[in-house]
Ligand binder design. Sequence first.
Ligand SMILES: Nc1ncnc2c1ncn2[C@@H]1O[C@H](COP(=O)(O)OP(=O)(O)OP(=O)(O)O)[C@@H](O)[C@H]1O
Length: 243
Amino acid sequence: MTGLVVDGLSFSYGRKQALRDVSFRVEPGRFCALLGPNGAGKSTLFALLTRLFTTRTGRIQIMGHDLARTPRKALAQIGVVFQQPTLDLDLTVQANLTYFAALQGLCGRDARRRIAAALDRLDMGERARERVRDLNGGHRRRTEIARCLLHDPAVLLLDEPTVGLDAASRAAITRHVHDLSENNGKTILWTTHLSDEVRDSDQLVILNHGQVRTDGTCATLRGAQPLADYFQRQSKAPTCAAA
Ligand SMILES: Nc1ncnc2c1ncn2[C@@H]1O[C@H](COP(=O)(O)OP(=O)(O)OP(=O)(O)O)[C@@H](O)[C@H]1O
């Protein structure tokens, strides 16, 4: 069963077409980097994947569940980290996760066990009792990633999760999320406009002007050239029928 299928997806804001016939698939346990310059359509795609927006053109399947026909089953399979942080700054890490667990119908010993395991995976176990306001940006992001694991989703969607972080925090978060695909079998869709967050073994989908420019293994696509150069070339290349 494929982790994530995006098939013939189009979306417009009024007369502005943001996505045009976007198709790609991510196999289970794969890390897929969705790379695109500003305005490429990454956030629009993300909004469709999380059902904030809907469209009649195209379809999305998550672990075999059609998002339009069986949204509850499909959404139960995803963990989401949005671009804008959504933690309560005045609560501790533990309280933030306990609150989210309750929203997922998880409580008591089961919730505590899941929270401890998720925090440990992100090397955040020792910070459980700290107030989120006292954490740096990288640790706040790690808390959000731990939170999205609580209901044990198969697919993780992360929308530019490293925006605003320093280099060390970016590297740590990128490493943690790669680890979740390699060692925990999570299917990852990671949107970014930073080519240094992508590894050679990752699936790479480049989006530009709302269209998929390339889709394949990063090492194969970039060949001998640095990914930054390849990305720049793909981002500058003219797009047929771009909006
Ligand atoms: N609410 C809106 N109304 C009209 N056009 C919009 C709206 N939101 C986005 N767009 C346009 O749709 C296109 C895709 O935008 P989107 O935000 O999805 O791109 P992005 O790749 O996420 O960019 P960024 O990296 O800057 O967040 C852009 O041309 C943008 O100007």
